[in-house]
Design a protein around this ligand. Structure first.
Ligand code: HEM
Length: 343
């Protein structure tokens, strides 16, 4: 069924909202009443209809508005897209993967036709119909990775595998939770994860790296990460901190429902066929507290998670200024009933 794409904003008047159908497919990431980092990876396989797993590259009602926001970010700051010269083969791998997955998942919106190396790509929501030569950058208006990630929801990193490590050598990063591609470009797995508290000590990154170095083509894997954002702002980058950092001080008991958002990242990792690089997709979902409490089991669980969060995570995720106000507001929806693991 065709998706009804919304006209909405992630800045200024912040008109972004989820429809009731989109709330039902929201990936609430907590399977118990407390949270700690872990190597929470599972195969990225298709799931049921009307869930975010219906297609492996998820497109939803926010697609067109998100692509418009990405274009605005890139206009102000072109360094949000970067690719080192040796990543060209991985760029074409990524273009192929995203075109094929979007066309397979949403044939009414996207069509890919291959005739040898002559490819035609139709993107109806964005009004694009381009014919180009696969492998020949001069036939596209942008580099292949930039071209396709201007047309795909989520942030994207391509990591190169060499010397028993992964290196962040390309990225399109405009919807990030307070980290910078320009700062991290060229770093390895342990270096870019340097600021994360507690996880290094409990061996999360050692095990995750080992797992990823053996990732097989055709067997993508996924995990969730989460944080919280004030206002439905996609671009919470260090570069723009003066624009969004002060928002954290504006939360009051009266505006929690509308202002405070749970921000969930569905992260999927794909081994690429020609380059042997790995594509890391960070697909961001935002939901405000008014929307969250429409699902009673989420309303019950989320304040419990927030209340028991380790102090290091509260600090790292930037929740200090509004966590207690949010817990107080949410607690009126928690009837104290026990919850089952896994829902
Ligand atoms: C945070 C990138 C894979 C676990 C981060 C950050 C980046 C990043 C840039 C932010 C660090 C900062 O504060 O500056 C990546 C890339 C990956 C990858 C490119 C794939 C190649 C993984 C995997 C795991 C993991 C497989 C899991 C076990 C984490 C955790 C955080 C983090 C726990 C902290 C998140 C939070 O509390 O909000 N990652 N990561 N990452 N990453 Fe990864």
């Amino acid at each position: 069924m065709a998706i009804a794409f919304k006209q909405e904003t992630f800045r200024d008047d912040f008109s972004y909202r989820n429809s009731p159908e989109n709330i039902r497919r929201f990936p609430f990431p907590f399977d118990r009443d407390e949270y700690m980092y872990s190597v929470n990876m599972e195969p990225h396989v298709k799931g049921q209809k009307n869930t975010i797993y219906e297609s492996l590259i998820d497109v939803d009602e926010h697609y067109v508005a998100e692509m418009r926001d990405r274009a605005l970010v890139l206009k102000e700051d072109p360094l949000r897209y970067q690719a080192l010269p040796h990543m060209m083969s991985a760029q074409w791998d990524t273009l192929e993967l995203l075109m094929e997955e979007q066309a397979a998942g949403y044939p009414e919106h996207f069509t890919l036709t291959k005739n040898g190396d002559q490819w035609r790509w139709i993107n109806r929501p964005l009004g694009i119909d381009d014919t180009f030569t696969f492998g020949d950058t001069s036939t596209l208006p942008y580099e292949p990775f930039e071209y396709i990630t201007r047309q795909a929801q989520g942030d994207f990193c391509i990591v190169d595998q060499r010397d028993g490590n992964l290196w962040m050598d390309a990225g399109m990063v405009t919807t990030q939770a307070d980290w910078s591609l320009d700062f991290d470009i060229g770093m390895n797995f342990m270096e870019w994860h340097g600021p994360v508290p507690l996880a290094h000590q409990i061996g999360v990154f050692d095990r995750a790296l080992k797992f990823l170095l053996n990732l097989q083509q055709g067997k993508p894997t996924r995990r969730f990460n989460w944080t919280m954002t004030i206002n439905p702002r996609l671009d919470t980058s260090p570069e723009n901190y003066p624009k969004w950092g002060p928002d954290r001080t504006t939360v009051t008991p009266e505006n929690v429902g509308e202002k405070v958002h749970l921000r969930v990242e569905l992260q999927s990792l794909w081994r690429l066929p020609r380059s042997n690089a790995i594509l890391f997709v960070i697909r961001c979902y935002l939901m405000n507290m008014d929307e969250l409490v429409t699902v009673p089991k989420w309303a019950r669980r989320f304040p419990r998670v927030l209340r028991t969060l380790p102090p290091e995570l509260i600090d790292y995720k930037g929740l200090t200024r509004f966590r207690e106000t949010t817990i107080d507001w949410l607690s009126t929806y928690d009837d104290g009933a026990p919850t089952s693991p896994g829902i």
